[in-house]
Design a protein. Structure first.
Length: 326
């Protein structure tokens, strides 16, 4: 049977005069129905999220939808927008710069994600121990992530300077022939390595903090049980620490993958996509097409490709995680 809603009830408190005639009502209390209370609570909830949602709709969702539509248009930012159909899509296969940027993005992601993850996990395990100066080293490892990118990139270029950089000086001291010295960011064969090393160094401190939080959430009784079974440090790490950090590792992997596909700032500050197209990535190619060539329709199509690439990789990671949990 359907539940009957409460009816609105009005309660009149009256004052009876001496002659028996009722006085004017002084208070009226209204009891709302269940539906009215539900509507009121919903409106209150929406009023709290409305400012943030409006900001998201105006500054994020709107531009995203416009970029999706613009991918099938021709527009230079000043003249009228014209319909292009699939012209921008077919142009991708003829654009050598796009092909180079696509593969460079894949290479950067495939190299930087596992390396950053392993470095962050290793630092977290090390700095989770009771060692002298632990808080100092934690702060020092996290500092590159919050430091100014411009300052850090300048220092990095100085460290890896092919002629006067400390890295090549150390290699020379170790006996490496000066003719075989890496050119780092000035060499098309070493430029991507330089960018990858920079990304690992700058980001591993942040994910180290996340792993530290995960390590401190592991039940110590598991390690005590492993000690009773005679497990050594490596066995405890493999059979206790790594499985218990599974959700943390999944989160770090997803975030690192998305961040690697969107890499732009360090490319802009260190190599500007060069030498040639050796470090050109998709986001930097989008930047060139949009704000150098002012081909906004084609740059939107590249953005669309990047969006579906990131979406496909993320969905694959989530499905893989569900299969592992099943």
């Amino acid at each position: 049977m359907p539940v009957q809603e409460e009816a609105s009830v009005s309660i009149l408190n009256s004052v009876i005069s001496r002659d028996g005639a009722p006085a004017v009502a002084r208070r009226k209390v209204t009891v709302l129905s269940k539906r009215q209370r539900k509507v009121r609570n919903t409106l209150v909830a929406y009023s709290f999220i409305a400012p943030n949602f409006l900001g998201f709709a105006v500054f994020t969702l709107g531009p995203i939808l416009f970029a999706f539509a613009l991918a099938f248009m021709h527009w230079d930012g000043s003249n009228a927008i014209t319909f292009a159909g699939l012209d921008n899509f077919w142009r991708l296969f003829e654009d050598k710069a796009f092909i180079a940027a696509f593969w460079n993005t894949i290479i950067y992601t495939a190299a930087s994600v596992p390396a950053t993850l392993l470095c962050a996990l290793g630092l977290a395990v090390l700095l989770n121990q009771k060692i002298v100066g632990r808080n100092f080293f934690r702060t020092a490892m996290f500092f590159p992530y919050v430091a100014s990118l411009v300052a850090v990139a300048v220092v990095w270029n100085m460290i890896f300077n092919p002629e006067m950089g400390p890295v090549n000086m150390i290699l020379y001291t170790l006996g490496l022939d000066p003719k075989n010295m890496p050119g780092w960011s000035a060499d098309r064969h070493w430029a991507m390595v330089t960018v990858i090393l920079f990304g690992i160094w700058k980001n591993m401190g942040y994910y180290m903090v996340i792993y530290l939080a995960g390590l401190q959430g592991i039940n110590s009784e598991l390690y005590e049980a492993a000690d009773l079974d005679g497990a050594n440090s490596w066995q405890k790490f493999i059979h206790v620490t790594v499985p218990q950090l599974g959700p943390t590792t999944f989160f770090v992997t997803v975030m690192l993958t998305i961040q690697s596909f969107k890499v732009f700032d360090q490319i802009f500050m260190i190599t500007q996509g060069g030498p040639g197209t050796s470090t050109l990535v998709l986001v930097y190619h989008i930047y060139n097409e949009a704000f150098t060539s002012w081909d906004l329709g084609y740059s939107s199509m590249i953005s669309l490709v990047l969006f579906f690439l990131v979406l496909a990789v993320t969905v694959f990671q989530f499905r893989r995680q569900r299969e592992d949990d099943a």
